[in-house]
Ligand binder design. Structure first.
Ligand code: UD1
Length: 422
């Protein structure tokens, strides 16, 4: 078990360089299975979710070379085996192997995916999309079996613009016969990043980043070189850190447009920030105004930033509201923020945040990835010391967070603890 220990009352000054997107990389790596050639990926974040995907690909027979953020993946010797449950349940994104293996081999057997417990997170839309493409889906206990004699392009309308279903259906459709159209597709930057890799491999994919994605099936996909898009959730998290305790903090290597919804909210709060071509410079101000925010699919306010943003709202003047519309169980950070001095009440999917003057350090628990990020932000500005258990959740998604924050002035360390102390 790992803990993070933070000394509060921090000022953050200098430059934080943002890594490649977790949610993009976790789809790009399974996508390499679809290629008959060698795929080189650059800007791959060094986080534990990527380690888990490498474990799965290696188990399937892929040859992987890794040099820091560069990965070379050769899937020529892959065989379509059942992925053991203990590896697939390590992360949510193991579900991308379903679309990729089904697309390539027309057959896949997989256990339920893992990931953060932030809601029910069914994958019925992935499965019904596979069925529309001609596959037969069987569910036995905690395992899916998906099989198709052939996959045939079709029109699929998603009732929810699901990120995972959009990507998985693109994977399943690249080798299908004829044209597939995905209506009400998700539009997140990583959808575009994944479609670009498929295009470079020779797939005929168009419309990514809009409501409708079209895929014309091909027979062969070749090798490619591709760069992971900057992580807009990591970028947003550090921008919020800058609003909390920055003194000219520069969050660099980002696409500011990807966090436009956050920047708009920060401006409404009265925040002092400068948006440059590939960075945002931000400093703390004394009196933030309260706002009302609702999470939405991209380009709306991201659910993944709702938790870190609530830390900042806790210190704003007056009463703010946050409505979570994407996941049913994404307020697990709230009792811990309250323990640190916040005044947040929850009714259904709405959190009401009455501004307080300060946080105080406490012993808290990161229940999921972004809950952990919210607590780290609170710990940075709290009076005294904060100890966060369960920090593994955060290390799944934030590359070198200890080093990145230390480099701009935070006092923190991650330490191993013995189980008996937990
Ligand atoms: C992805 C991201 C996650 C982010 C989320 C929303 C990855 C690995 N994870 O998760 O960080 O918070 O997008 O931006 O990229 N739904 C169904 N049935 C389905 C699929 C989804 O009901 O078959 C529901 C989900 O329960 C949720 C909503 O649709 O309420 C959105 O989910 P989705 O966009 O699929 O999120 P994930 O792919 O799980």
């Amino acid at each position: 078990m790992k803990q993070m220990v933070l000394e509060g009352s921090t000022k953050l000054t200098g430059i934080v360089e943002i890594s490649g997107s977790k949610n993009s990389a976790v789809a790009l790596i399974p996508a390499t299975l679809l290629s008959d050639g060698i795929v080189e990926l650059d800007n791959v974040p060094m986080i534990s979710d990527i380690e888990a995907l490498i474990e799965i690909l290696t188990f399937l027979g892929a040859e992987i070379k890794r040099d820091k953020q560069k990965m070379t993946i050769d899937c020529a010797k892959v065989s379509n085996k059942e992925i053991p449950e203990q590896i697939s349940k390590k992360l949510r994104a193991s579900y991308y192997f379903m679309g990729a293996l089904l697309g390539k081999y027309k057959h896949v057997e997989m256990y339920f995916p893992g990931g953060c417990s932030i809601g029910k997170r069914p994958i019925d839309l992935h499965l019904s999309g596979f069925e529309k493409l001609g596959a037969k889906v069987e569910v036995a206990e905690n395992k899916y079996m998906v099989d198709a004699k052939e996959l045939i392009g079709t029109d699929i309308e998603l009732p929810i613009a699901s990120v995972g279903a959009t990507i998985n259906l693109m994977f399943a459709a690249v080798y299908a016969k004829g044209k597939t159209r995905i209506y009400n597709a998700a539009k997140e930057p990583h959808i575009v990043n994944v479609a670009e890799l498929l295009q470079q491999m020779g797939a005929k994919v168009s419309g990514a980043g809009t409501h409708t994605i079209e895929i014309e099936g091909v027979e062969v996909l070749k090798g490619a070189q591709h760069r992971v898009v900057p992580d807009y959730i990591e970028a947003g998290t550090y921008v919020i850190a800058g609003a909390l305790c920055g003194e000219n903090l520069e969050v660099k290597n980002i696409v500011p447009e990807h966090i436009a919804s956050l920047i708009n909210q920060l401006k409404q709060m009265g925040c002092s920030l400068t948006v440059l071509k590939d960075s945002v410079r931000i400093s703390k101000i004394e009196n933030y105004k309260s706002v009302a925010v609702k999470t939405e699919v991209y380009p709306g306010f991201p659910t993944d930033l709702q938790q870190p943003f609530m830390t900042l709202l806790s210190l704003a003047e007056g009463t703010s509201k946050v409505e979570e519309t994407i996941f049913e169980n994404r307020f697990m950070h709230v009792p811990y923020l309250n323990q640190m001095g916040a005044n947040i009440t929850i009714e259904g999917q709405i959190a009401t945040i009455k501004g307080v003057k300060a946080f105080h350090g406490s012993d808290v628990v990161a229940t999921d990835l972004r809950a952990g990020a919210a607590l780290i932000l609170a710990g940075l500005v709290a009076e005294g010391q904060t100890v966060i258990d369960g920090i593994e959740h955060v290390l799944r998604g934030y590359e070198n967070i200890e080093e990145k924050l230390s480099n701009v002035g935070a006092k923190l360390r991650v330490r191993e603890i013995e189980l008996s102390r937990v």
